[in-house]
Design a protein around this ligand. Structure first.
Ligand code: FAD
Length: 498
């Protein structure tokens, strides 16, 4: 909390001009509930990241009115959707007003002919797809957080989808949106003057600028999305390997095969298989000679998916893959949305089982560099474990980001014993995050493929990744948010005002 009680009263008084009382939340519980995110943070410091109040707008006009008041009174505004972001984007670093858009969850239009729908950005993909299924359609943005992340947060992070190799990622699937700028003006972001154009060559391509900014450039309120026929068939074979190298070679060949129904592939490394076998109750344990796993996923019509599956099977067999059977394949793929909702066990250095929270570091890495990054990242986490019992290595995944195997979302999962995360352990973790990011840059990658890079530690290397582009980012921020009210403190953007 950063405002004095008197200032909070002034803000509430001003907000009452534009919102009803039930849209303005000031209680401790309401504020704590809107500060919590999944990424572990020292419990004794949680109070540092509280908003002074939260609001529940119901329309673009409500959001614009709140942002105009925040400008007038110089109060920070932090957009929040599902609160599942893993880089603290929705966490208020300077107090102020959290704009929780969950009530803006209407489906305004389903247009089966032009294959689009228009929704409030507070809707989840799960709820949207329940309605689209009645029309035989699907909105295929499919993160592991599918049931609980919302369309606005997907825009705020420019999210990555597990089946993006077939359907594209959030940036491809969101056609246009209404957007409240940091000044409170409303703009339409997208191609063409309507909402449903997928390609324009007029002027700057602003859609990308207003996606993935982590709420620092405004708030998306209503979005038009691209739809596809709901696929008739899904095939998700899982294959076992007795070593990482064969699995790595196999997953690359699968992604490069150019199969049209190919939606994605995943490589589980040795540490990941060992962790799942040891501590994940949802996992069907594999024999100890299984050291790495590969999964490939295809979506489409029955008569295209089956032959495609046979082709990928031949590729996998040529690398010595062992098919794990339909039950494991279908079950493990179905569990992609709920794995991290289960209670989590981690292990200290001497093997003691303790409750741990999940944290995931992600990077975008070219195929050729995956083994080196995998090795160096595990070494960094091993170093952490030597210094503190608070951390556990839960292994790594690599997922296809593109449809031809160019780059891979590379993720290391780290268990963190959050209740024991004292200042010393936190400092170790922040340094480790810097080190992990440095490895990604050393191998010509991006610090993050999807979560964003504004958390303590990694954020220090963002200017290295962007080069001159970081200065452009500062110039844009100052031009669009002259009073620095929109999610201040993120991405070192305060430097724009110094
Ligand atoms: C179990 C789990 C699995 C995950 N798997 C994936 C995955 O597969 N792929 C992936 O991409 N991510 C994944 N994530 C991360 C997270 O779900 C995504 O970053 C998601 O896009 C965040 O959406 P949200 O609605 O929760 O947004 P929030 O966390 O509420 O917000 C995220 C950021 O967007 C900003 N924002 C929120 N609403 C708006 C808005 N309306 N307009 C503009 N900015 C806004 C916020 O200020 C914040 O900076 C996972 C997270 C968890 C917990």
């Amino acid at each position: 909390m950063t405002l004095t009680a008197e200032r909070v009263d002034t803000v509430v008084h001003a907000l009452r001009r534009v919102l009803r009382d039930d849209q303005i939340l000031t209680s401790k519980t309401d504020r704590y509930n809107r500060a919590r995110v999944p990424a572990p943070f020292p419990v004794h410091r949680w109070a540092e990241r509280l908003p002074d109040l939260a609001v529940l707008p119901e329309s673009t006009e409500d959001v614009a009115a709140v942002v105009r008041i925040a400008n007038e009174l110089l109060v920070p505004v932090v957009p929040r959707d599902g609160g599942t972001g893993l880089t603290d984007g929705a966490v208020p670093l300077r107090g102020g007003i959290v704009v929780d858009v969950k009530r803006m969850n209407a489906i305004h239009e389903i247009d089966p002919v032009n294959r689009t729908c228009t929704v409030g950005t507070g809707i989840s993909m799960l709820k949207l797809n329940e309605q689209l299924a009645k029309h035989g359609l699907i909105y295929p943005d499919d993160p592991a957080s599918y049931p609980c992340s919302l369309v606005g947060g997907r825009i705020g992070t420019s999210g990555w989808s597990l089946i993006g190799a077939r359907y594209g990622h959030t940036r491809d699937l969101v056609l246009s949106f209404d957007h409240v700028l940091p000044t409170g003006e409303v703009m339409h972001v997208g191609d063409g003057v309507g909402q449903k154009i997928t390609k324009s060559s007029s002027g700057y391509q602003l859609k990308h600028l207003f996606m993935g900014h982590q709420g620092t450039l405004g708030i998306a309120t209503r979005a038009t999305l691209k739809l596809f026929p709901k696929p008739e068939a899904e095939l998700s074979p899982f294959w076992a390997f007795d070593n990482y190298d064969d699995a790595y070679a196999c997953v690359g060949d699968l992604a490069r095969a150019g199969v049209a129904t190919f939606a994605g592939a995943v490589l589980f490394d040795e540490h990941k298989v060992a962790y799942l076998r040891r501590d994940d109750e949802a996992y069907i344990p594999q024999p100890s000679d299984v050291r790495a796993l590969v999964c490939a996923v295809m979506y489409g019509y029955e008569d295209e998916v089956r032959p495609a599956g046979k082709r990928l099977l031949r590729i996998a067999q040529s690398h010595g893959a062992r098919y794990l059977g339909d039950e494991i394949s279908e079950g493990d793929w179905a569990a992609r949305h709920d794995r991290y909702a289960t209670p989590l066990h981690g292990r200290t250095g001497n093997g003691q089982v303790v409750p741990m929270s999940w944290h995931c570091e992600d990077a975008a890495i070219n195929y050729t560099h995956l083994p080196a990054v995998t090795r160096e990242w595990h070494d960094i986490v091993a170093g952490l474990r030597r210094q503190s019992d608070v951390f556990d290595d839960w292994g790594m995944f690599a997922y296809t980001s593109s449809d031809n195997g160019t780059d891979w979302l590379t993720e290391i999962d780290v268990g963190i014993w959050e209740q024991q995360l004292d200042d010393r352990a936190w400092a170790l973790w922040v340094q480790a995050k810097r080190d992990l990011a440095a490895v990604s840059l050393k191998y010509h990658g991006s610090i993050s493929a999807c979560h964003g890079s504004c958390r303590e530690g990694e954020v220090d290397l963002v200017p290295d990744e962007l080069g001159r582009g970081f200065q452009v980012m500062l110039d844009l921020k100052r031009a669009l948010d002259p009073r620095n009210i929109m999610n201040p403190g993120k991405y070192h953007l305060d430097r724009a005002y110094s």
